[in-house]
Design a protein around this ligand. Structure first.
Ligand code: N01
Length: 483
């Protein structure tokens, strides 16, 4: 049976899904992308110092190794290039409709009806691949809009503005703020970093890959596969475990963070300012090689007095100081809980995803929602985004979706959606497991949902892959043509 698939989003996950469809011989699919290029987060984020903090060999599709990575952890522009090249060489671009913002998707008469600038179109299966750190979060600071200099969010960096001659104010010290600080320190007139809460930093020198190594990787592809296997094992067995259960892996990371601060910062006052009040890994772990060195430069200052307001010339802190700056960069994170929104998705009986998620976003194994037949999400709620590379997660999810697409294609079934009971049972089990995770040890982080619990997968990263490899049909409300 022919099947028409709609994928929303041409980022890392959407491209992965497209490739899996092609591998299965399905060419009747459309990727809706509201921007004018593929790449998702790697297209939108271009801030100075942008890099991926996952080992490069493991931040690539398992089926498309990249011998060209220049560093152990790849710079952002290289990751962007990798996904652009992938879309081109796999012939996915002809399936992508750029500038196509899908505003509504509705399930009616057994089909998904998508509304985009091209009108309303009908599909058998809907796959959302809209990413989860996509909607910038602007800080709610009094007078922010009165600032007269250039001001932008880290994911909307304005490269037309010169930096070297400017006094820059940077708000936020998460992964993004730390990377920007490390890149700007010493390259701008002055940098003031407004830190609300210090974060632990795991020391990770980002070693360059030599030309000899690249040549060897090009010549012997098994070397790349070995790198994927090695780094995958490393990430899954250490980083994949450390946050979710106490043990030597957690001890290792936490000890590294404590010693990094202790050994890298001499000045007692500054050390105090940089000492987080919470446990390492409670917030998303930050990996950085020379952040502490940068903040000890004379032209870099960490401001810890709380921000009271922004005035036309700068930032006023609680001690009454006006910190004059020429440019304000907001590294204040993203709305993690948006998922597909503002797109309106309406399932059976006119029930929208917003209705289904009134108490917070939930899903069955992070990929499907009761009442939304033949709709699958990549990187949906509670995906293992806090303890794994997202690329293998997307691959596992896309394989899972393909399993259901095969059932539909064979004609054995006409629709499938997880049952309320199975979804509840799965989410209850996750809730019960959360207290063992480091994410619940008392910190403010983007991981936390409305109920104060992390919207993450509370078990080892490898367990998630196992779950997806064994679809449980009995957990689904499956309809056949005869019904
Ligand atoms: O955002 P964040 P991010 N006044 O939410 C502060 C991924 N990522 O963009 O800690 C003052 O972590 C806020 O303070 P506090 C990665 O998964 C990956 O840095 O809430 N400050 C915090 O310091 C990461 O976790 C890579 O007290 C305010 C910061 O802004 C995720 O993206 C690279 C404020 C926000 O930190 C998000 O990281 C970069 C206010 N009103 C990012 N509001 C890779 O390498 C917020 N803050 C793959």
């Amino acid at each position: 049976m022919g099947i028409r698939v709609a994928i929303i989003g041409a980022g890392m996950s959407g491209l992965c899904m497209a490739a899996k469809l092609q591998d299965a011989g399905i060419e009747d699919f459309t990727v809706f992308e509201k921007a004018d290029e593929v790449g998702g987060t790697w297209r939108d984020n271009t801030y100075p110092g942008l890099a991926c903090d996952v080992p490069s060999r493991y931040y690539a599709y398992s089926f498309r190794p990249n011998p060209e990575w220049s560093h152990m952890m790849p710079p952002g522009p290289e990751v962007f290039r990798y996904f652009r090249q992938f879309a081109t060489e796999r012939g996915i671009r002809r399936h992508i409709r750029f500038g196509a913002d899908v505003t509504a998707a509705r399930f009616r008469d057994g089909k998904w009806w998508l509304t985009s600038p091209a009108g309303v179109e009908e599909f058998d299966v809907l796959v959302t691949a809209t990413g989860f750190l996509r909607v910038p979060r602007y800080p709610d600071i009094l007078g922010l809009d009165t600032f007269t200099g250039p001001m932008f969010h880290s994911s909307r960096w304005d490269h037309s503005v010169s930096l070297s001659d400017k006094r820059i104010g940077l708000i936020g010290t998460g992964s993004t703020g730390v990377q920007i600080t490390s890149a700007l320190g010493g390259n701008v007139r002055h940098l003031k970093v407004f830190q609300r809460t210090p974060q632990w930093i795991c020391p990770w020198p980002n070693l360059r890959v030599s030309e000899h190594t690249k040549a060897a990787m090009r010549r012997w592809t098994w070397l790349n596969s070995f790198g994927y296997w090695f780094w995958g094992g490393f990430v899954r067995s250490i980083f994949g475990v450390a946050p979710v259960r106490p043990g030597w892996q957690r001890w290792l990371y936490q000890t590294q963070c404590h010693w990094n601060l202790r050994l890298s910062v001499r000045d007692k006052e500054l050390k105090k300012k940089l000492t987080p009040p919470d446990q390492p890994m409670c917030k998303r772990m930050i990996f950085a090689g020379h952040y502490y060195r940068t903040v000890q430069r004379p032209d870099v200052e960490i401001v810890t007095d709380p921000i009271v307001e922004v005035q036309p010339r700068g930032v006023v802190t609680a001690d009454g100081t006006l910190h004059e700056v020429d440019l304000l960069a907001l590294a204040t994170g993203f709305d993690f809980h948006a998922y597909v929104r503002p797109l309106t998705i309406t399932g059976e009986h006119g029930r929208t995803l917003d209705d289904a998620w009134a108490d917070g976003p939930t899903a069955y194994r992070a990929v499907a929602v009761p009442g939304f037949p033949n709709m699958f999400m990549l990187m949906g709620p509670h995906a293992p985004v806090g303890n794994n590379s997202l690329v293998p997660v997307a691959e596992d999810q896309a394989d899972y979706v393909m399993w259901w697409i095969d059932q539909l294609r064979s004609g054995r079934i006409v629709s499938a959606a997880p049952t309320e009971a199975a979804t509840k049972q799965y989410n209850d089990a996750m809730k019960a497991a959360m207290p063992r995770t480091v994410w619940t040890t008392g910190c403010r982080s983007w991981y936390l949902g409305k109920d104060g619990l992390p919207e993450l997968f509370p078990w080892e990263a490898s367990r998630y892959a196992e779950l997806l490899r064994s679809p449980q049909v009995s957990d689904f409300d499956v309809r056949t043509a005869a019904v």
